[in-house]
Design a protein around this ligand. Sequence first.
Ligand code: SF4
Length: 395
Amino acid sequence: MINKHYVEVKQIKKNTGLPDTYFISKFGFSPYKACQHSCKYCDGRSEKYYVEGDFEKDIVIRKNIPEILELSLSKFREKGIIGISSGVSDPYQPVEASEKMMVDCARIISKYRYPAMLFTKSSLVKRDIDLWQEVHEKAGFTLMMSIVFPDDSLRRIFEPYASSVEARLETLQAFKERGMSVGVLAMPLLPYLTDSEEQMIKMVDNYKKIGVDVVMPGGMTLRPGVNKETYFKVIEEHFPQLLGKYRSLYSENKLSGAPKSQYSKAVHQRFGNLIEGAGIPTEIPHHLYKNRMPLYDEIYILMTHMIALYDRRGVITDNLVLARKRYSKWLLDEKQYFNRRRNLSYLDLESKVMHMLNTGEIIEIIHNEKLASFFKTIILENKTFNYLTLKLEEE
Ligand code: SF4
């Protein structure tokens, strides 16, 4: 039994600065606030998000999201990926079965030909598979499913009202078979419960069978307050023998909720190695954002991802870091200029970057000839950078 709270919103999220290099979205919205899935580790319970009432039962429904989305997409001057997600709700939580907000939203996104990336823990998204396929065929769509358990034994305790692991994997499979890109948000790994080599291998096997395009691993943060108390209560009830270890791991009470960094680094590295070893990238790969955003943003994201990719392989990236710093400063200035002039189209800025690549003028900004020629090949010859082989490929 839930309490529905209907509200109206004035706008959806829009990023006019540098693009988000993690979730690579430029716009974002979520039709709900608070979440029936009731994940016991959910950071959305934290006081900093001001979710009022019972997080699992008092569900805020942003009733006018479809209208606001339509109004926004009809006016936006830039293209870019729409991220449908939120740290404090799930767009396909059970209430969506009757509210059907996402049906209208998918139709609008398709109508305005925007690319989208959707994050969920629910197989209900399969209800709208035809609509998302339409979005994919017009502009590109990626389904990101959050799956952090190899099977349902622990899932039932920690994510009691989210779809079963099997149902989530089947949903990814269904989208993949329809030609859409799919990925897994493999976070948070639960310390001492799902972080063993055996558990990780099982999870990676599950992802690999489907042929997912990306798996993004991550650890568990427990912010001091309700977030940490809720999780610890579950540990006390179901795994009392682990309580001491958890208290020690999270004893620093960092505002971010991060555990001791030594643990995080080691686990992240082990899981990341297993995922990449299975031939799956751990950053949203180039082919999932190429041609789905302005090329000036594409270059910025690519540079950022390249730093992480080469760093992990032990390659010194100082020059790349410097080039990105110079490029981001230039890009921010250009965006500020663009934002102030309503008569300009983002295509003007794209043409400018294209011209700079063609003539080599971009070297004056990034001070790196090799990188300039690399981007010229990517953009002008329409190549894709493979995040595993670190080589250029034909589109
Ligand atoms: S699905 Fe996401 S938002 Fe909902 S409870 Fe779980 S972690 Fe929180």
